[in-house]
Design a protein around this ligand. Structure first.
Ligand code: 4NP
Length: 155
């Protein structure tokens, strides 16, 4: 079974949403995958996802209320097949802390999306529109990432 870790800065907005959306899409497609999420920063460790992100997810049929923030750990580089970063800063942080003998692929989530954007923008200091846009990007990238994993499994 593939193991996938979604990574953002705080692990209370983007990556928990990505975890919830991807878990639901994989389950719907009956694709076996283990999903988790983490933040490169430690400010919100132990907290539930941001209430605005929870509300946006709930409106789209995804319950992320039970998730709890944690920070990326060195063991993650060995325990996951993919570390999937929400933006270029997160991607850079992961590459900077990656052990030389890591076994995971470190990717940008929107590399799997259909649009031209490269980053899922940080919605934390913005309004509700920002969360809706983030969720649109995540749903789109989740479709492409699932397709990528399914094709990989055929190899
Ligand atoms: P996230 O959003 O990385 O999508 O979870 C953020 C949450 C908190 C902060 C920044 C981004 N913060 O600075 O506390």
């Amino acid at each position: 079974m593939k193991r996938v870790l979604f990574v953002c800065l705080g692990n209370i907005c983007r990556s928990p949403a990505a975890e919830g959306v991807f878990r639901a899409k994989a389950a719907e497609a009956e694709f076996q995958v283990y999903c988790d999420s983490a933040g490169t920063g430690a400010w919100h460790v132990g907290k539930a996802p941001d209430a605005r992100m929870q509300a946006t997810a709930r409106r789209r049929g995804i319950d992320i209320s039970q998730l709890s923030a944690r920070q990326v750990d060195l063991a993650d580089f060995y325990e996951f097949d993919y570390l999937v970063a929400m933006d270029l800063d997160n991607h850079h942080s992961l590459l900077a802390m990656a052990p030389a003998n890591r076994e995971c692929d470190i990717r940008l989530f929107l590399d799997f999306a259909s649009g031209p954007e490269r980053e899922v923008p940080d919605p934390y200091y913005g309004g509700t529109d920002g969360f809706e846009h983030v969720f649109d990007l995540i749903e789109d990238a989740a479709n492409g990432f699932l397709e990528h994993l399914e094709n990989e499994d055929d190899d």
